[in-house]
Design a protein around this ligand. Sequence first.
Ligand code: ADP
Ligand code: MG
Length: 243
Amino acid sequence: MPLLEAEGIRKIFGKLTALDGAALTVGENEFHGLIGPNGSGKSTLMKCIAGAEVPTQGKVSFINTDITAFTPSERARAGMSLKFQITSVLPTLTLYDNILLALQGHCSLLDLVFSRSRRQLHDQVMMTLTQFRLADRAFDAAATLSHGQQQWLEIAMALASKPQLLLLDEPTGGMSLEERRVTGELLRPIKQHCSLVIVEHDLDFIRDICDRLTVLDQGRVLATGSVAEIQANKSVQEIYLRR
Ligand code: ADP
Ligand code: MG
């Protein structure tokens, strides 16, 4: 059984069909890239998986459970975590407190305080910040970070709860080339314990870190397969030339 399976996903907004039977399958420890032209439905599919949008039709299964009717927080508790294009960092709080709050999103604050010692909690927050090269900034306000560092903080927040699946929608938007390179380096090690679905325009970045790709076009899957298979696919080449 795959870790995540979304099948026959339709999403209609008024008169517009954003998704028309889209599908996505992701295995354990797999990095999966979701690509396609602007408006092809990538963000909508991510939201349908995370529960931020309710599909008009279709089914989403996660770890052998039908989660189609789950709320976003039930999905989070089941092991799914996401970062969307809109920021969730609280700029006046320290990096440390932002991570603490992200942890709280996955269980109640009382659970957090009573189930673990303060030391354990502190270690978990610092470990997450260290992984994302932000430990030396732990007690600075998030607003003092560069754009790239804020994106890393958000990914760190999404990973703090140790999810089994991370969903990232355009995490490198607005980053410099060097920041993108570092983002790839920061993401690679999480494969040992987590799968990833990533929406990204930078095809070199996608090729570099993903095992498999799904290409959306007008709300439908145009192709899905290994990076090599997708690169050799004539219809995929055409939609990218058409842009
Ligand atoms: P992508 O992320 O691939 O650029 P989106 O999933 O954001 O595409 O959008 C797919 C289509 O659905 C677009 O035509 C977009 O305008 C439309 N759309 C997305 N969200 C909404 C919404 N909340 N209401 C109405 N239309 C929407
Ligand atoms: Mg989008």
